[in-house]
Design a protein around this ligand. Structure first.
Ligand code: ZN
Length: 300
């Protein structure tokens, strides 16, 4: 190979390497209505995604509550994964159908915190979240689902679905250390101040339970060990459901979302939902089992 040919070959290889490195995962964050502080949460999620260098995250905002939802027709099919940060008015049928088609045809889905409060009467959506809360959910939605002696168990007792105690720092307990999302992370770690959902109800088609937490009956929790982070068994779809991460008052006062543990799980869960793999290393500032660790969403 003469010098010119070799140079050409080298530059071709480096161009290919560059284009591989630059291939990011396309994410659509759906927000715009929520009983939570969605103007903070969707911006924080977008910053967490984009600053990782792995993702290119767009945002689709619905009309405000009571608005004409017929105008909400995002092109889900352009994305590798959708993150749901939405809890609001029902979607029109064509939008629902496009969403179901996306998830059933290989698109990844991330259900974030109060997104599992949404769409109580949409049966297909409830199968995508496995467990949900509030919005009139009760025994008709499916059983309660919690841990008993370390095993998930279903409880068909009648009653409302969805509860949480006072916000506090709490330990996350890993239930499956060999899943790509959890692999290499410490088994137990301290999460920044957050709500801990409990008494959720639904079809309970949990795939892999990844983390649970011990609720505190003294501060309004169920008193049980409850599932908090899991995948959903929904055909061949890859669905990651993360119940933690209640949005704070502002981007700066947002401990549950500034928690490095939360951010790491969002990034790993979203990559897994998009590709089936996790290529991310464990961050050096990951929380220990005694102390949480925080990061602002954005870096100047
Ligand atoms: Zn909340």
């Amino acid at each position: 190979m003469n010098r010119l040919a070799r140079l050409f070959a080298i530059s071709l290889v480096s161009m290919m390497a560059m284009s591989c490195a630059q291939k990011s995962i396309d994410v659509l964050i759906v927000s715009g209505q929520n009983n939570h502080n969605w103007p903070v949460s969707h911006v924080a999620l977008q910053q967490i995604m984009n600053q990782s260098g792995l993702f290119n995250a767009d945002v689709a905002l619905t009309p405000e509550a009571g608005g004409d939802m017929n105008t909400f027709r995002p092109d889900f099919s352009r994305y590798d994964v959708v993150i749901m940060d939405y809890n609001g008015d029902d979607w029109p049928e064509p939008t629902r159908n496009a969403f179901v088609d996306f998830v059933q045809n290989g698109g990844g889905l991330v259900i974030y915190h109060a997104a599992d409060n949404a769409f109580t009467d949409w049966e297909e959506f409830n199968r995508m979240i496995a467990l949900g809360g509030w919005g009139g959910r009760d025994e008709k939605s499916g059983p309660y689902c919690f841990l008993e002696n370390g095993e998930l168990t279903c409880d068909y007792t009648p009653g409302p679905g969805g509860n949480h105690g006072q916000q506090r720092e709490y330990q996350m307990h890993c239930r499956n250390a060999s899943h790509p999302i959890t692999k290499g992370l410490p088994d137990n770690w301290m999460h920044g101040r957050d709500e801990m959902y409990d008494s959720m109800r639904g079809p309970a088609n949990i795939g892999d339970l990844l983390y649970s937490g011990q609720t505190d009956a003294a501060t309004g929790g169920s008193g049980r060990e409850e599932p908090l982070v899991f995948t959903v068994d929904y055909g061949d779809a890859r669905i990651f459901h993360i119940m933690i991460g209640h949005a704070g008052d502002s981007l700066e006062d947002n401990p549950a979302m500034q928690c490095v543990g939360f951010q790491t799980l969002m990034l790993r869960g979203t990559e897994w939902a998009a590709t089936g793999k996790v290529t991310q290393k464990v961050p050096a500032d990951f929380p220990s089992c005694e102390a949480p660790s925080f990061r602002p969403e954005y870096h100047e």
